[in-house]
Design a protein around this ligand. Sequence first.
Ligand SMILES: Nc1ncnc2c1ncn2[C@@H]1O[C@H](COP(=O)(O)OP(=O)(O)OP(=O)(O)O)[C@@H](O)[C@H]1O
Ligand SMILES: CC(=O)C(=O)O
Ligand SMILES: [K+]
Ligand SMILES: [Mg+2]
Length: 617
Amino acid sequence: MSRSLQFFTPSRSPYFTLHKLPSTSYTRFPVINFPSKKHYITITKSLSSDLDAASSQVLDSGNGQTGVSGVLSADNVVAVQSHAPSESGAAAGIEVDAVTEAELKENGFRSTRRTKLICTIGPATCGFEQLEALAVGGMNVARINMCHGTREWHQMVIERVRRLNEEKGFAVAIMMDTEGSEIHMGDLGGAASVKAEDGEIWTFSVRAFGTPRPERTINVNYDGFAEDVKVGDELLVDGGMVRFEVIEKIGPDVKCRCTDPGLLLPRANLTFWRDGSLVRERNAMLPTISSKDWLDIDFGIAEGVDFIAISFVKSAEVIKHLKSYIAARSRGSDIAVIAKIESIDSLKNLEEIIQASDGAMVARGDLGAQIPLEQVPSAQQKIVQLCRQLNKPVIVASQLLESMIEYPTPTRAEVADVSEAVRQRADALMLSGESAMGQYPDKALAVLRSVSVRIEKWWREEKRHEAMVLPDVGTSFADSISEEICNSAAKMANNLEVDALFVYTKTGHMASLLSRCRPDCPIFAFTTTTSVRRRLNLQWGLIPFRLGFSDDMESNLNKTFSLLKARGMIKSGDLVIAVSDMLQSIQVMNDENDCHRKTEELGSANLAVTVSLNKAY
Ligand SMILES: Nc1ncnc2c1ncn2[C@@H]1O[C@H](COP(=O)(O)OP(=O)(O)OP(=O)(O)O)[C@@H](O)[C@H]1O
Ligand SMILES: CC(=O)C(=O)O
Ligand SMILES: [K+]
Ligand SMILES: [Mg+2]
């Protein structure tokens, strides 16, 4: 038996274009009550010739699975070929990364990790094998921080990640993080760190010191530094990891006494405080995107990075400006802009900044230097919730596992912090120093992975779904339909306890809308382009695949089921709900390939969506 519901546009013909034939002619099928078997055979045949003709039909899975091409025969039997060297022929001849394969095969769909993981790449992780270890360990996005390293170094990292994706079938995205023009220290003349002891007198200056750097001197990047600070001010390094008191100003030099000793790290952020408040003097007028940042952005566009994260965002205008700059420079490319929330100004304009962005990062390192530390957790929760309401991916970053820079196990408090971010259902967690220059990058990533999976499972078992109100985000009626369909599909998925949601999406938008609902089951997102696939790798619960697919859902589903089954990633009896943003229909099919359709009018909708409830057979 099968049930279906179909939305369509009355202004359109009651016939739908279902499949584009290789000859560029179109096959049209009636909507209402036609014999579905015949319908199937016709589609299968046309799809089969399509596939035969186009060897580019590939299915790439999200996390380290190699390209597979499928050829559909008339009886829906699929031959699977791997593009990469296989270990043991035929259906097993598909290279799948250990994590995703094990998760899908051993424990079924439901146990796959939903929270995405970002690793900052630095000296500890820039080698090809080190990057591969991170990808195998679950890295979804590699972050490069333009505060550190040369452009050549970053280019090398990007090239290696791309090569890793091509050769090993990963879909690791690249995020470029700008330096910004906030005040920070120089690079310490190459030293990894220097110790400031209690009571020592240090000189902070815009002067460039020679090499070797004179003892107890720190170069500062901001020309107005000596004018902005006053004797008596408190100078905080990295939000208070080390503290100084300003005792004297001599021309460009600012003499300070260390009041809280600690390690000074290269290019550490500097803030100064007066009477318990952060001082915003002329430094408040510094541009969010410096001239050096613009050059880095040009570099990022040329390299085709997937995300550009903007440091110290103050307003929505800068995000809008950058997005139009990117649109003008990179025709057809879709670099997403992430707003880093790490300043008082960004908190003041939070909603409009997030609305203008393609996602946000709770950059707790610098945020904790600008607001009292005890306010950081509530700010985090607020940002995470707002992002979900506005349908923007959100990253929780900094000091998640800080002690693992030096030690192989995290503190209990760190595990609790990671758990809280997972419980808040943030899209992604980010490692900074732990992966960039720590001693245990792989172990830190493994901790994020295991804690994520465990907390997600606990949350599902306890059925502790917070009833978050998800306001409408669609700005057109068409968008509203997509949104309603996704909300309903996610709810159905939870109520029916299905194994997975499938979404066929060209732009990724409907995949985001499903992810926003945070359903109990994972979401397999099928998209036709590699860049969309990589971009979706940042979002909660999405397992992105690249797949050549048509406008016809039934053949897409047959093809997908067959390909996934041949790889052992789904099994007979798995129940799936599928959503698509390409075809104006909702349909249900069952294992007899029997399909009935019922039609309902939907006002003046100019878009409709396909939802299918399917059982693998
Ligand atoms: N490309 C790199 N080369 C050398 N060291 C790096 C690099 N990237 C990061 N690091 C090291 O890892 C540490 C943590 O990285 P992270 O990206 O969090 O930098 P950060 O300086 O704290 O700035 P941000 O506020 O942008 O996160 C840095 O302080 C630096 O010591
Ligand atoms: C990530 C970042 O920039 C911060 O935490 O400050
Ligand atoms: K940065
Ligand atoms: Mg920062």
